[in-house]
Design a protein around this ligand. Structure first.
Ligand code: FES
Length: 100
């Protein structure tokens, strides 16, 4: 019998910045952990998925992704569910579609 006291200790707040991120690219669905401290672009790159980017400053639009679900904090324009991933951050679990 495993008692609760035997469970490994976890530092309080250590995982508070982690959320679940689902990404669909080329019709394939991927899922992993993402950090609220990184942009959506950085998180998708960290998952080693092929996301387009250029300026990384919210100007060119090449990093545009569609948000299927999820709370975001973004500095860019959100139009028809699309955001600029280089200037958008997750606030909770997210589901993202790359439009190519
Ligand atoms: S990489 Fe240019 S707007 Fe995001």
């Amino acid at each position: 019998m495993i008692m609760e006291a035997d469970a490994p200790l976890r530092e309080t707040g250590a995982d508070d910045d982690l959320v679940r991120l689902k990404v669909t690219v080329n019709g394939r669905r991927h899922e992993g952990e993402a950090s609220k401290k990184l942009t959506i672009l950085e998180n998708i790159e960290k998952m080693q998925l092929p996301i387009r980017s250029s300026c990384r400053r919210g100007r060119c639009g090449s990093c545009r992704v569609r948000v299927l679900s999820g709370a975001l904090r973004d500095n860019g324009v959100r139009l028809n569910g699309y955001v600029l991933s280089c200037s958008s951050y997750l606030e909770g679990d997210g589901d993202i579609l790359l439009p190519y």
